[in-house]
Design a protein around this ligand. Structure first.
Ligand code: KG4
Ligand code: ZN
Length: 386
């Protein structure tokens, strides 16, 4: 099955074309092309993602990205196509909230033949609803024009599936996934592909959010996670003893819950007590923060692995770009003698390849998903995995 996937849940606009083959138990994937536009620079001035702006940018960029992805996959065939008034009216209703997208789509579908893709996979949640709707509406419009099915995809299943292109051995089940991003911190038990149970999650801030908030306290631009991590590495390289110690919230609670808001507040108080933070102290404080995060993540994940008798650990989400965190989990899984599955770095942050992979898993779970009426797919901002 050849899938065209669409991701617009937050501030990345992404399209991918992925070919799936192999058995359902052991699917094989080939990425034919991928096109991604990051809006990070646009949102930087707001210190976070501004939903109305994200929606506008998705509307403007989806068709150019789709054209690029189809071209790179050698699926773009120039041809003049007539569109009936009835079809135009249907499309203009579908895209009534995205007039830019409607104009661009009309020009696209009258200039190119229907490409050789079998289905569309689109993220319908969780995420920012105004942003999600743009992708969903494009999927609905394309399904109508090209007469192909739409598979609605859970973005978090996408982060889990993101390891599939990098897995050199089949994933052993039961598995546990730790998903850490700007919006989520979740431990998920996976008895087999397509079955998920959230066994632990944050009670307040997500890990990425905490990194970004600490970065803001240090006057670093959004998204500050990578910058805090770079400062931490700078301090670690000095080999000095850290003058800062920070709490490890909920480290010893018997459950698998996390809390990062207290840690963030501890950083704030540390800065306040000192009447500010000098630039030369920032690496040590960043390091103390990162160490606290890593300790809590490791401790709770180890607990989840032992409680679930997991044979493997999957880690996914934007925060996985953090090399300290990856190293810590690599050590933990070798100690426990289980396999660690990590996505390729390019697929750790939001992208459309993972949406195609998760779309295929959703199909494997239940083939009837191909019969979904596209008009029933709606944006679900707080969609959960189970
Ligand atoms: O998965 P993602 O791309 O988007 C969401 O779905 O949230 O994750 C983005 C998050 C941001 O909070 C960003 O600061 C964080 O991942 N992040 C990092 C690093 N790289 C990205 N956090 C810590 N260290 C990093 N190296
Ligand atoms: Zn994400």
């Amino acid at each position: 099955m050849r899938l065209l996937s669409i991701e617009t849940s937050c501030d990345e606009t992404a399209i991918a074309i992925v070919e799936t083959s192999g058995s359902k138990e052991n699917p094989v994937f080939a990425t034919l092309s991928t096109a991604l536009y990051s809006q990070v620079k646009i949102h930087e001035q707001y210190g976070g993602v501004f939903p109305a702006l994200a929606k506008r940018e998705h509307s403007l960029n989806l068709i150019p990205l789709m054209r690029q992805a189809l071209k790179d996959a050698q699926l773009l065939d120039i041809c003049t196509i007539d569109i009936s008034d009835e079809a135009k009216s249907h499309l203009s209703t579908t895209l009534s909230k995205e007039p830019d997208l409607y104009t661009a789509l009309l020009s696209f579908i009258t200039s190119y033949k229907k490409p050789a893709v079998d289905a569309i996979a689109v993220t319908y949640g969780p995420g920012l609803e105004p942003a999600l709707w743009v992708g969903i509406n494009l999927a609905r419009a394309l399904a109508y024009v090209w007469n192909i099915p739409v598979i609605p995809v859970n973005h978090m299943e996408g982060h889990i599936a993101s390891i599939l292109t990098a897995a050199t051995t089949p994933v052993l089940f039961p598995s546990v996934a730790l998903l850490i991003s700007g919006g989520h911190t979740e431990l998920v038990k996976i008895p087999r592909w397509g079955e998920y149970e959230i066994i632990g999650e944050t009670r307040d801030d997500a890990v990425g959010e905490a990194f970004d908030k600490v970065a803001r306290m240090l006057a670093l631009p959004y998204p500050g996670g990578p910058k805090v991590s770079a400062l931490a590495a700078e301090f670690r390289a000095t080999g000095k003893t850290n003058p800062f110690t920070l709490p490890r919230p909920m480290l010893n609670t018997p459950d698998l819950s996390f809390s990062f808001s207290g840690l963030k507040t501890a950083v704030l108080y540390t800065i306040k007590e000192r009447g500010g933070i000098a630039p030369e102290e920032m690496p040590a404080l960043s390091c103390a923060f990162e160490d606290a995060v890593v300790d809590v993540l490791l401790h709770k994940t180890k607990k989840a692995i032992l409680a679930s008798h997991a044979q493997s650990l999957i880690i996914g989400g934007g925060v996985i770009a953090n090399s300290r965190i990856r190293e810590a989990f690599s050590k933990l899984t070798s100690q426990l003698n289980i396999t660690l599955h990590v996505p390729e770095m390019a697929l750790a942050t939001d992208n459309a390849v993972m949406i195609a992979l998760a779309g295929y898993l959703a199909y494997v779970r239940d083939e009837k998903i191909l019969k979904t009426d596209p008009s029933t797919i709606v944006a679900k901002g707080s969609l959960r995995l189970n």
